[in-house]
Write a protein that binds this ligand. Structure first.
Ligand SMILES: Nc1ncnc2c1ncn2[C@@H]1O[C@H](COP(=O)(O)OP(=O)(O)OP(=O)(O)O)[C@@H](O)[C@H]1O
Length: 604
């Protein structure tokens, strides 16, 4: 099937799927517009014919009434089509946003978000949402086209050949114009290349609150603007020539169309001159010629129609290449601690030359508290991403109890995590905590309040609530009545969110540097409290602070080749290996009064 027809078919498939009833109503109105336009031209021509013939008054009145009614009906039906189009648009938008949302979630994990091509296509479509008004505009354009088709039907009666020539001219011009518009759109809007995203990122930094401090202190504004301009210019290379290449055929096409209309007018004038066409025919043809222009390019409306079809095609393409999202599992009540099992797991980041993890095996019995230590970049956070199913191993297996968190949503729900780069949601404190507890969130009211209270208490964050006054205070000074938190306070909010998830059934609590932003004096106390709160669970702690790590029942030291030491704090100290060396170094620094921030085993 030719590309243009395939796109058209796809668009109508999506349109039907979103709201079949509204689609039928809108099509009925389009047909009504065609019929009323036909009737208005026909009745006007017949009225002129009747006048020329000196027909009886009754016949004159009949044609006059029909012409007036038909003329009045067309704009009414067009207005109704606008309304029906807006209603169909709303359904299309909802459907398309849901599908895009599902795409962002599929396949499970984050690998596709780190793939520059796919992430580019997704962010372009999610951000620009360029299909959002296109459907309504498409309907309006169809209403206008319907008037063109009615005019064509009038012309066919007079001369099928002239009608065919005019139709071909308008279609050709419409097609050439659409091609031109598509190229402009693809260049300006839809082509979210890596360079364009990079340029947008640099520009966005100027207004980004977290980067804003450094941007101003380092005086980066001019540098960022210049970088944005340079990358944008490079990314836009070839745009001009592509556009010109498509514009010339469109201009030529308009000359052809002009010639067909001019030729038809000249022919009709000649026919009238030699007495071969009466006033009625001339009237009908002139009105039809005016109407037939609606079959050509319609400016923004044509652009919007092309856009709607392009969007439908893009969405379908993304869907066919996305892979399956793991189906969401029903929430389950707390089921106690879960065991974690990694068997000969290897993993290489896409594009990396060497694996980050090689044949790593680790068995964590249910209920054990385990700490993982190792130098920067050895793969601790990567191990956690595999363990939570966010990345899939290249080889080997990961199991939470007996199931794979990479494919099984229920297994994923058994793990609650605070990542090193945890999210700071610019929502209220209550929402920040309840994001980890869907059951309480959906229940709302007292159940949600109680869940928030318990989570904040378990994360030793009740003082935070006293500070901000209300759990509904937005944690963003950009909102009315909003506030910001310190790094350590944000970390406690993330802890509370993970502990809320624990209360709803997570059996493994994973903490990636959970106390890095906390004061050393409160850190030990908080960690003790955390272990107590999660005492019945399996806990996995990644930390550089060995004063926290030592509280875990078991400690593994990760090296570039895998696990190099495995045992309790006392066992590892007695063994006198890497852990003992790091611990002694930190302890001596601490005793010597070194600042807490220097307490890292990898500071060597
Ligand atoms: N998305 C990614 N794509 C490619 N390489 C990555 C990605 N994330 C991490 N890496 C690389 O993988 C290696 C392991 O990173 P990881 O974050 O797991 O280390 P880590 O042990 O947690 O380090 P740290 O103690 O500094 O937090 C590093 O060399 C890092 O550069």
């Amino acid at each position: 099937m030719p590309e243009i027809l395939r796109r058209e078919a796809l668009y109508w498939k999506h349109a039907w799927r979103a709201a079949p009833g509204r689609l039928v109503v809108a099509w009925t109105l389009v047909l009504g517009i065609a019929a009323s336009t036909f009737a208005s031209i026909h009745a006007t021509a017949r009225l002129v014919g009747a006048l020329e013939r000196g027909a009886p008054a009754a016949e004159l009145h009949r044609w006059l009434l029909l012409a007036v009614l038909a003329f009045a009906l067309t704009p009414v039906l067009s207005a109704l089509l606008q309304w029906a189009g807006a209603s169909h648009q709303a359904a299309m938008t909802t459907d398309q946003l849901h599908r895009l949302g599902a795409l962002a979630d599929a396949p499970h994990g984050i690998a596709h978000l780190e793939d520059s091509e796919r992430a580019g296509a997704l962010t372009a479509d999610l951000r620009s949402q360029f299909g959002l008004t296109a459907t309504q505009m498409s309907w309006i354009s169809l209403g206008i086209r319907a008037q063109g088709i009615a005019a064509l039907a009038v012309l066919v009666q007079w001369s099928p050949w002239a009608a065919l020539a005019l139709l071909a001219g308008q279609l050709l011009l419409g097609q050439l114009f659409t091609r031109y518009v598509q190229i402009v759109q693809a260049d300006l809007i839809e082509a979210e290349s890596t360079e364009r995203r990079h340029a947008g990122y640099l520009h966005g930094l100027l207004l980004d609150r977290s980067a804003g401090k450094e941007v101003r202190l380092f005086g980066l504004t001019d540098h960022l603007l210049a970088g944005h301009a340079r990358i944008w210019r490079d990314a836009q290379q070839g745009v001009e020539s592509r556009r010109n290449a498509a514009m010339w055929p469109a201009l030529l096409g308009s000359l052809v169309t002009l010639a067909t209309i001019g030729g038809t007018v000249a022919w009709v004038a000649r026919q009238a001159w030699v007495g071969a066409a009466d006033a009625q025919t001339v009237m009908a043809i002139i009105m039809a010629l005016v109407g037939i222009v609606s079959l050509g390019p319609l400016g923004d409306l044509s652009a919007a129609s092309a856009r709607a079809r392009l969007y439908a095609g893009r969405l379908e393409e993304l869907e066919t290449t996305a892979g399956e999202a793991a189906p969401r599992a029903a929430r389950r009540p707390a089921a106690g601690a879960a065991a974690v099992h990694l068997d000969r797991v290897s993993f290489t980041y896409p594009g990396a030359s060497a694996p980050t993890l090689r044949e790593l095996s680790l068995e964590i019995p249910a209920g054990q508290s385990l700490a993982i230590v190792g130098v920067n970049g050895v793969g601790k956070s990567t191990l956690l991403k595999l363990l939570t199913g966010l990345h899939r191993p290249d080889a080997g297996t990961v199991r939470i109890d007996e199931t794979d968190p990479g494919t099984d949503d229920a297994a994923r729900q058994r793990v609650a995590v605070i990542f090193q780069d945890f999210a700071r949601y610019h929502l209220s404190l209550r929402e920040n905590v309840l994001l980890g507890a869907p059951t309480a969130r959906e229940a709302g009211g007292e159940q949600a309040d109680a869940a928030v209270g318990r989570a904040l208490e378990a994360a030793a964050s009740t003082a935070l609530l006293d500070r901000i006054g209300s759990p509904d205070t937005p944690l963003d000074p950009g909102y009315e009545g909003g506030t910001d938190l310190s790094g350590g306070q944000w970390q406690r909010v993330a802890l509370a969110r993970a502990l809320a998830a624990v209360e709803e059934g997570a059996g493994v609590l994973v903490l990636d540097e959970p106390t890095a932003a906390l004061d050393v004096r409160v850190e030990a106390e908080l960690f003790e409290q955390l272990l107590r709160a999660a005492g019945h669970l399996t806990t996995i702690l990644v930390s550089h602070r060995l004063s926290s790590v030592r509280r875990a029942e078991r400690i593994v030291v990760l090296g570039p080749e895998g696990i190099v030491e495995d045992g309790s704090h006392d066992e590892l100290l007695a063994a006198g290996g890497e852990y003992a060396r790091m611990f002694t170094l930190q302890a001596s620094r601490f005793a010597g009064g070194a600042p807490a921030s220097e307490e890292t085993p990898d500071a060597h």
